[in-house]
Design a protein around this ligand. Structure first.
Ligand code: NAD
Length: 264
């Protein structure tokens, strides 16, 4: 194969269907010659992920629930046996009870706070621990975050607190792993209608708001996130680490509603 990712092998977690951000990333990587391994969360998603993996000639690395250490161990054992090494890792996973992605942050329960942090934040570190061992020739790790980490966004609530912790963990991991030429970055994506996003209250309003008020006057696609991920996962960005890169039509740069924005 040829392309920017020729000879590179990586694990992608977070494909649920063909609207997943992880799927946009997979397509961009495969088009540049990357060899991919995909996991799925439970049998319900296996049916969706299996044909998608086949479409890209990717390895199906089995079920992986990041709240279950044994299922992560199994995936890495399989990759160690099959590939012996790993060049990149994509973490496109987040979860919070949708009953708490509406209303007030102050009402967050301890149980959902802990679960949101475990699945949306700690899992990236847990995967990094395992991936480090296989990244013997350096590597690149990428996670997905959102502007709700930096500023209060309606209904994002505990997920915003989790994304802030995730972005901080990107910086700590970048320092810990930098000596091994392993880079760790995040993409802060603008809102995209996916399965996970459908759990957020008034998501359509958020999409419209971003469309009317971002410098580019539009929302972003999973393919555009994929192209930016390609940069961060390839040798195009060998001196970039600890970075949170916004792929959001420039929304994070504006401080106020656009003067010409229509009412929503
Ligand atoms: P998605 O629903 O397609 O993907 C979310 C994935 O998380 C699914 O594949 C699901 O199986 C996985 N997941 C949830 N809990 C898991 C667990 N315990 N173990 C393993 N996997 C688990 O939605 P998406 O929008 O593509 O989300 C991907 C990432 O992008 C998330 O981190 C999300 O917060 C982030 N993000 C999304 C948007 C957006 O607007 N859609 C914007 C910025 C960031």
């Amino acid at each position: 194969t040829s392309g920017l990712m020729a000879g590179k092998r990586g694990l992608v977690l977070g494909v649920a269907n063909n609207r997943s951000i992880a799927w946009g990333i997979c397509k961009a990587l495969a088009a540049q010659g990357a060899e991919l391994a995909l996991t799925y969360q439970g049998d319900a998603l296996k049916k969706r992920v299996e044909p998608l993996a086949a479409e890209l000639g990717a390895t199906l690395a089995g079920h992986c629930d990041v709240s279950d250490a044994a299922s992560m161990d199994a995936v890495f054992a399989l990759l160690e046996e099959k590939w012996g090494k790993l060049d990149f890792l994509v973490h496109a996973i987040g979860f919070s009870d949708k009953d708490e992605l509406t209303g007030r942050y102050v009402d967050t329960s301890e149980g959902n706070f802990s679960k949101t942090m475990l699945i949306s934040v700690y899992s990236f570190t847990a995967l990094a621990q395992r991936a480090e061992k296989l990244m013997t020739e350096g590597g690149s790790m990428l996670t997905l975050t959102y502007y709700g980490a930096e500023k209060v966004m309606p209904h994002y609530n505990v997920m915003g607190v989790a994304k802030a912790a995730l972005e901080a963990s990107v910086r700590y991991l970048a320092v810990d792993l930098g000596g091994k030429a392993i880079r760790v970055n995040a993409i802060s994506a603008g809102p995209i209608k996916t399965l996970a996003a459908s759990g957020i209250g008034d998501f359509r309003y958020i999409l419209k708001w971003n469309e009317y008020n971002s410098p580019l006057k539009r929302t972003v696609t999973i393919d555009e996130v994929g192209q930016s991920a390609l940069y961060l996962l390839s040798d195009m960005s060998t001196a970039v680490t600890g970075e949170v890169h916004h792929v959001d039509s420039g929304y994070h740069t504006v401080g106020m509603k656009a003067v010409d924005a229509p009412d929503i």
